[in-house]
Design a protein around this ligand. Structure first.
Ligand SMILES: C[S@@+](CC[C@H](N)C(=O)[O-])C[C@H]1O[C@@H](n2cnc3c(N)ncnc32)[C@H](O)[C@@H]1O
Length: 235
């Protein structure tokens, strides 16, 4: 995990924040409620949701993020804001090694399960169940059930006249595996200034498989939302 997101951390917010924040605000409006124990943000990334959770809640937000590059952006997002700094605690490790018990009544895990294989998903869900109090609510995005070979552009942005673009290429690597290649490019006056790439391996799981994993970890699925969101209750 050490170098993971080392390239992507620079470009994530610029190219993906607008879309991620739209989804985040809509889901929080509907599912956050009013946590009274604490909040978990698992796979917190650059802290887009972490900052929104801390702004909306009076309780401590536990941000779980193993990749140093993503944590650096997360910390920069909080820097200089004493009200947010007081309410976010960062855990610099994978959720499987979280080791927290009964610290939260709301858990949030978006765009993260897709990167974990079945054994790591089981470990992640078990750690989430342990960290949530009985009755706690989990909002989690499923791993993809399917993936076809494809290519798509991320939204592009101009920065001082330079054009920042991103392209995602999806390739199936086997019956259960998928690989996403992110190519980032900076161009000026139509000429390439620099480019960088990062590859992520993903793992597919059908809806019944992921529902069974949730149940095995001690969760009951109670509702669904988009994109691929399950709302589950800690038994
Ligand atoms: C695609 S990013 C999504 C970030 C954020 N949730 C969002 O939606 O903007 C996935 C994040 O999950 C983190 N991650 C990967 N494996 C993890 C694990 N085992 N436990 C916790 N976080 C993990 C990565 O480092 C990365 O920052």
């Amino acid at each position: 995990m050490g170098q993971a997101y080392a390239v992507t951390a620079e470009f994530y917010d610029l190219l993906q924040a607008a879309e991620q924040l739209g989804v985040t605000e809509r889901l929080l409006d509907r599912w956050l409620g009013r946590p009274e124990v604490g909040v978990l943000d698992v796979g917190a990334g650059t802290g887009l949701a972490t900052a929104r959770l801390a702004a909306r809640c009076a309780v401590l937000v536990h941000a779980v993020e193993p990749a140093a590059g993503m944590r650096a952006v997360l910390l920069s997002r909080l820097a200089g804001q004493p009200d947010l700094l007081a309410r976010v605690r960062v855990h610099a490790r994978g959720v499987q090694e979280l080791g927290l018990r009964d610290v939260a009544d709301f858990g949030w895990c978006l765009n993260t399960m897709a990167g974990l294989d079945a054994a790591d998903r089981a470990g992640a869900l078990a750690a989430l169940a342990e960290a949530l109090v009985p009755g706690g609510r989990l909002v989690v995005q499923r791993p993809p059930a399917e993936a076809a070979d494809s290519r798509r552009d991320l939204p592009s942005w101009r920065l001082g006249g330079d054009l920042y673009t991103g392209e995602v290429t999806t390739v199936r690597t086997g019956p259960r595996g998928v690989r996403w290649r992110f190519d980032y490019r900076v161009s000026r006056d139509g000429a390439l200034v620099r480019e960088a790439s990062e590859v992520f391996d993903g793992h597919l799981a059908s809806e019944p498989e992921f529902d069974a994993e949730l149940a095995a970890a001690g969760f009951t699925a109670v509702a669904a939302d988009t994109p691929g969101i399950v709302i589950a209750r800690r038994r």
